[in-house]
Design a protein around this ligand. Structure first.
Ligand code: PAF
Length: 272
């Protein structure tokens, strides 16, 4: 991989990396399109990273379809599909972990201890293997994007980070490989997640500034939609992920909830 990148660099080409765990959907492909716009060559990595799954999480059953992914990546114009085997990413005796203090304990980190350490470790490794000029992530994983941007900056990694908007189905459901786990009934129920975010945005646009009121409205929307296992509803400063009591500046409104077997997350950014 590195050999290819160094040759491309020597020819003056700029390289973009789109790291994924595969089972590609339009959201991933939109990252590739964006990557192609700003670089000469696009590398997509597919690696279902065991280090970011907890012992009781869905690593074993995480959807995989390399044949389909390969075709989608080719059609979208990826120059390289990088699919490293696990034993090469984590050879015997691999001991190092990358941890971003303070940003990874709350929100998704609270119910998924170690998750972001796994994400940071693999992303730093992938960036070191591919040596891209730019790396692209999706806004749907808002906390991940904030943490990775900080990690790459803190460690002086010479790569530009681009975060691209969440893609939604026509009915508002945020695209995710984990939507695969939903039955038809659960999928309908899951719509309450995006509805709660749209309701929050409407409140803010209508002049509401009290985060408590906004969160209450979101919880009502979720519960009316039949979602009972809400993990968090949060209103935060979008850069520092600090909870706000009064919304102002760039605000991140986020939800995590369980629907059936799926743990779903979604968020919206609002500028006040
Ligand atoms: O967002 C994902 O799919 C993963 O967390 C990532 C960034 C590819 C790291 O495994």
């Amino acid at each position: 991989m590195r050999c290819w990148s160094r040759q491309a660099r020597a020819r003056g080409k700029t390289i973009a990396l789109v790291p994924t765990m595969g089972f590609l959907h339009e959201g991933h492909l939109s990252l590739v399109r964006r990557a192609r716009k700003q670089s000469d060559a696009v590398v997509m990595s597919i690696f279902v990273n065991p280090l970011q799954f907890g012992p009781k999480e869905d690593f074993k059953v995480y959807p995989r379809d390399l044949k389909r992914d390969r075709e989608l990546a080719r059609r979208e114009g990826c120059d390289v599909l990088f699919v490293p085997p696990s034993r090469q990413v984590y050879p015997k005796g691999f001991l190092t972990r990358v941890h971003v203090e303070g940003l990874q304990e709350g929100l998704c980190g609270a119910s998924r201890p170690g998750h972001f350490t796994g994400v940071c470790t693999v992303v730093l490794k992938l960036v070191n293997m591919v040596e891209p000029h730019v790396v692209l992530f999706g806004q749907k994983d808002a906390q991940q994007a904030v943490i990775l941007r900080r990690m790459l900056r803190d460690l002086n990694v010479d790569v530009k980070v681009v975060v691209c908007p969440t893609l939604r189905e026509r009915d508002g459901l945020a695209m995710s490989s984990r939507n695969r786990y939903l039955s038809d009934v659960e999928r309908k129920k899951a719509l309450a997640i995006s509805r709660s975010l749209f309701a929050a945005r409407e409140l803010v646009r209508g002049g509401e500034r009290r985060a408590g009121r906004i969160k209450r409205k979101m919880k009502e929307t979720l519960s009316r939609g039949g979602i009972t296992r809400v993990e968090y509803v949060a209103v935060m400063d979008a850069r520092e992920l600090v909870p706000l009591s009064v919304v102002r500046g760039e605000v991140l409104i986020a939800v995590a909830a369980r629907v059936g077997k799926a743990r779903l997350i979604d968020n919206l950014k609002v500028r006040v």
